[in-house]
Design a protein around this ligand. Structure first.
Ligand SMILES: C[S@@+](CC[C@H](N)C(=O)[O-])C[C@H]1O[C@@H](n2cnc3c(N)ncnc32)[C@H](O)[C@@H]1O
Length: 207
């Protein structure tokens, strides 16, 4: 089966995520900015970068590798940021298969991506991609009793995600991170319109 993300136009994705009903794009950008301020990385990877939400917070000399499965998102991200961020690199790949052997980084930021991949397998890879003492920051969508996992915003293409979207339980996620060799530094919840919530977890790779 082709990954449904390949059939969601960037305009639909950004229209949905920034809709007044959810304000998720804005919240995710702010979370990324806070993570950078907290972890002060010199090099980083952004997993599921979409069209580059949050990259506006980076300084010109920062090194970042952006990974996403959708080539159109990557192209848009490249157009938006390659002149202001000369050390940006792009990888168009499925994170379920992607292996990276280049030098390790200080931070891996993975926001709303664990819902779509094999969690344990990606965590093992992230552990290897990080320098000892490096940080993993993960944003996961928390369960809501009142709001559907994918909100109704009028962008129908987003409904293609329903068959592959799975909520990640924060306790299970925490245990998987610890099993992979991380320890937890910080946890907080971010509240969005419509009783949606994100869990923001920061882990450190043991030295
Ligand atoms: C909900 S969006 C991420 C939001 C973004 N991180 C932010 O902070 O605004 C999920 C992104 O992950 C990408 N994605 C989904 N499954 C993927 C996979 N298996 N491999 C790589 N990228 C994937 C999608 O194309 C999409 O851009």
């Amino acid at each position: 089966m082709e990954n449904p993300w390949l059939n969601i136009p960037a305009e639909d994705y950004e229209g949905h995520m920034s809709s007044d009903k959810v304000l998720q794009l804005q919240a995710l950008s702010k979370i990324f900015s806070n993570v950078i301020a907290k972890t002060v990385p010199h090099s980083m990877m952004l997993l599921g970068c979409a069209a580059g939400n949050g990259l506006e917070h980076l300084k010109e000399n920062e090194k970042i590798i952006c990974v996403d499965i959708n080539p159109d998102y990557i192209e848009l991200c490249r157009k938006r940021f390659s002149s202001s961020l000369p050390n940006i690199e792009f990888v168009c790949a499925d994170l379920n298969n992607y292996e990276r052997l280049d030098e390790q980084v200080d931070l891996v930021h993975a926001a709303l991506i664990f819902e779509y991949v094999d969690v344990e397998s990606l965590l093992k890879k992230i552990f290897n991609w990080l320098k000892p003492g490096g940080h993993l920051s993960a944003v996961i969508q928390l369960e809501s009793k009142t709001t559907p996992a994918i909100s109704e915003t009028g962008y129908d293409s987003l409904k293609l995600l329903s068959p592959i979207h799975k909520l990640v339980n924060p306790e299970n996620f925490r245990n998987s991170c610890i099993n992979a060799g991380f320890y937890e530094l910080n946890y907080r919840e971010v509240f969005l319109p419509g009783e949606k919530r994100f869990g923001v977890l920061i882990f450190v790779k043991n030295k």
